[in-house]
Ligand binder design. Structure first.
Ligand code: NOJ
Length: 718
């Protein structure tokens, strides 16, 4: 397709109408409402605008998508196909664990595979673009959307951002119709809202932004991610969606991004309540100048850009550039040749929720759950009587947010997973309580069956709406009624194992002390119950490691491993009792740190060795360590390497993750693991925003988590 010719044939109206993205139900040919994820309003737009529009939000299902496209092509003067976009975040119908859980697998290959499967199921259902990966760095578990990202570390988030993009896109979007284009989001720093309240203000220095928050978006783009979505928040006083410095200067100029930029839902018009635009015309003016091409679900562009161009306030070249980017994406996806692309009713039947896909969901779920506590109670013995109690004992709400196509009914519940393994005779069950309410009868029944059991397994947590978008909480403990349920169970003096289903790190008061074992299951997806049963009974050895700290309590938040030392660190040799940086009532340390997770075996670390005691610019240091499985169960260990720059121009974090390897070890097996470290990995943003390293002393830490490491040191010389 000659896109320049096509552009020349388009009227100004037709160009501008390409910019609007509307939900499914605007289109003739649609049978369903599609995916609604934001406020709706009557946009008062004409049929002509809909006929000329460029993309659809939330359409899926081969039949419906083909129908929408067919009717559209019959009515669109130039025959320009629609792009079908939707949120395929952690699976389409086969649902994988939520991204925060996927991060805890530290398994990039499997993460990539999950995205590939999500892409395939979505592509046969007619989707062309997914609004994923979400790579926002997070430090505040009050924010409900922490479940959508892989956590608090810029390096790990970047690795997973790349893995997801590879999985979604493959390497030939034109010919591989099983893949979809990816849209990294939310640019930028959406993960740092004040107070953890969704959509709230974000304020940070540019240095902080560049060092921690931007790397994962950049990593996704380096991997070829086709699109970028703006964020709802402000960045240094300017809403991201109207932020020229962020998009035009940084993303387009500095990073050379030529793909399509889309606003988040309604975010262009939200420039008005934010207070940087007086009306829709000014909102359109600011967003197009800042670099937003597609406006999702509001009509500021289609109603105002033409007047702005005619008044010579917005240059037509700006419009043309944006249109070309959209047309290029359509061309890359092969839509001019085949507007229906991968949509195929027959393949939908064969591919979606196939055994193969469910197996990957199962494997990833086993690797994503994190064993947080185990006082010799797990694994459960198969001949013991278990009382499985709690709101998640037999509940299909284990998929988490962004599983709008997933089916709770077709997901494996915990009860199902356990009874499939050991039979119904050994698993007594009662609900005990709802998520946030209970009746006396429910408690009484739980007590009755718990009395008959050897071990009580409590399946507790948050329902899916308690996290995700608009799912912020100020109290991140389990709801009171569930804490009461634990209390009642505790009176029976039997061992208690708590299995947690939730979308954020919780404050575990009322759970931690009371439980002999704790398995963090997150929202584990379609095969969740099966994976949890295998982990509880020890058929699979837990290998998940946290990628976001669990606070001691909410008063510590934000709490993250890669923080600074302060001038008055609590653990300094000359620290006083009082005048140090501390809380009077709680520890400084989180309950569980980044990288933490137990297994049913023990790994011993020894012989941390550096190949040299100094590093120069063109050289590398080999860091090796021996890791031995000293228990009697085979397992997988995540060997983590951190560094600390002892004296920087700018203060440096106490630890920074620089590399990791996930390895399998049989009982008694020892392996030597080697990492190489270069000067490049030690660079960071200095006060003048130059990206460079400091000469001088560095520490290297290797260990099973960010808290318990062996250490060595070296000098960087230039
Ligand atoms: C709003 C969310 O913030 C974003 O992540 C999502 O992709 C869009 N809605 C579209 O559903």
């Amino acid at each position: 397709m000659n896109l320049t010719q096509l552009l020349n044939d388009m009227t100004l109206d037709e160009k501008i109408d390409q910019f609007i993205q509307l939900a499914t139900f605007f289109y003739a040919g649609a049978e369903t409402q599609g995916e609604i994820t934001g406020p709706m309003e009557d946009m008062g737009i004409s049929q002509e605008i809909i006929r000329n529009s460029g993309s659809v939000l939330g359409a899926s299902g081969a039949k419906e998508v083909k129908n929408i496209q067919k009717v559209h092509l019959e009515n669109n003067r130039l025959g320009i196909p629609l792009l079908m976009m939707a949120d395929i975040v952690h699976g389409f119908k086969t649902i994988f664990p939520v991204p925060l859980a996927i991060g805890c697998s530290w398994d990039e290959e499997l993460a990539e595979r999950s995205a590939e499967i999500a892409a395939k199921e979505a592509a046969v259902s007619g989707v062309h673009v997914t609004f994923a990966p979400m790579v926002d760095l997070v430090r505040d578990p009050r924010w409900g959307r922490v479940m959508e990202t892989t956590g608090e570390d810029p390096y790990l988030n970047s690795r997973f951002a790349k893995a997801f993009v590879r999985g979604f896109q493959g390497d030939d979007l034109t010919n591989d119709t099983d893949r979809v284009a990816a849209c990294v989001k939310h640019f930028a720093a959406y993960g740092a809202p004040e107070g953890g309240r969704d959509y709230n203000t974000v304020n940070m220095s540019e240095r902080e932004l560049r060092e921690y928050y931007l790397p994962a978006y950049k990593a996704a783009l380096d991997e070829g991610c086709e699109m970028v979505m703006t964020a709802f928040n402000t960045v240094d006083g300017i809403p991201a969606t109207g932020n020229k410095k962020l998009m035009r200067d940084l993303l387009r100029e500095e990073w050379d991004f030529n793909g399509v930029m889309i606003s988040d839902w309604g975010a262009v018009k939200e420039l008005i309540p934010h207070g940087i635009a007086a009306d829709e015309s000014e909102a359109a003016f600011k967003a197009i100048n800042a670099g937003v091409d597609i406006e999702m679900m509001t009509a500021c562009y289609v109603k105002n850009l033409k007047d702005l161009v005619e008044a010579e306030e917005v240059k037509e070249e700006l419009i043309d550039e944006a249109v070309i980017r959209i047309l290029e994406l359509k061309e890359k996806l092969g839509l001019f040749e085949n507007p229906y692309r991968g949509a195929d009713e027959q393949l939908e039947k064969e591919v979606i929720m196939s055994t193969e896909h469910r197996e990957v969901a199962y494997e990833l779920a086993t690797k994503s759950c994190v064993l947080l506590k185990n006082e010799e109670i797990l694994p459960l013995q198969k001949d013991k009587k278990i009382a499985l109690i709690g709101p998640f004992a037999n509940n299909g709400d284990i998929l988490g947010q962004w599983s709008w196509q997933g089916s709770k009914e077709e997901s494996v519940k915990i009860y199902e997973g356990m009874t499939n393994k050991v039979g119904i005779a050994n698993v007594l069950t009662a609900r005990g309580s709802g998520i946030d309410s209970a009746t006396d009868d429910q408690f009484a029944e739980a007590v009755k069956i718990a009395k008959k059991a050897d071990v009580i397994v409590l399946a507790l947590g948050e329902k899916s709406e308690m996290s995700g978008e608009a799912g912020s909480r100020s109290n991140i403990r389990l709801p009171d009624v569930q804490l009461k349920l634990i209390e009642e169970m505790k009176k029976l003096n039997k061992p208690i194992v708590s299995v947690l289903i939730n979308g954020r790190p919780l404050d575990l008061h009322g759970v931690y002390e009371e439980s002999d074992g704790i398995l963090e299951g997150w929202f584990p997806g379609t095969e969740g119950g099966r994976a949890i049963a295998d982990l509880l009974y020890g058929d699979v050895n837990p290998s998940g490691r946290l990628t976001m700290s669990f606070p001691y309590n909410v008063g510590q938040v934000p709490v993250y491993y890669n923080h600074y030392n302060t001038g008055r660190p609590k653990d300094a040799p000359d620290a006083q009792d009082r005048y140090v940086s501390q809380y009077l009532d709680i520890p400084n340390e989180p309950l569980f740190p980044f990288g933490f997770g137990l297994s049913y075996t023990n790994y011993q670390y020894s012989d941390l060795t550096l190949s040299t005691d100094h590093l120069t610019a063109n050289d590398e240091i080999e860091v090796s360590v021996k890791v031995k499985n000293v228990g009697s169960t085979k397992g997988e260990e995540v060997v983590q390497l951190y560094v600390r720059d002892l004296v920087g121009e700018v203060v440096r974090p106490l630890k920074e993750l620089k590399a990791y390897q996930k390895i399998k070890l049989n009982p008694g097996e020892e392996r030597e693991i080697t990492f190489s470290l270069t000067e490049e990995q030690l660079r960071y943003y200095h006060a003048d925003l130059s990206f460079e390293s400091d000469t001088g002393k560095f520490k290297v830490f290797v260990g099973p988590n960010s808290r318990e490491c062996l250490e060595q040191s070296f000098d960087l010389r230039k």
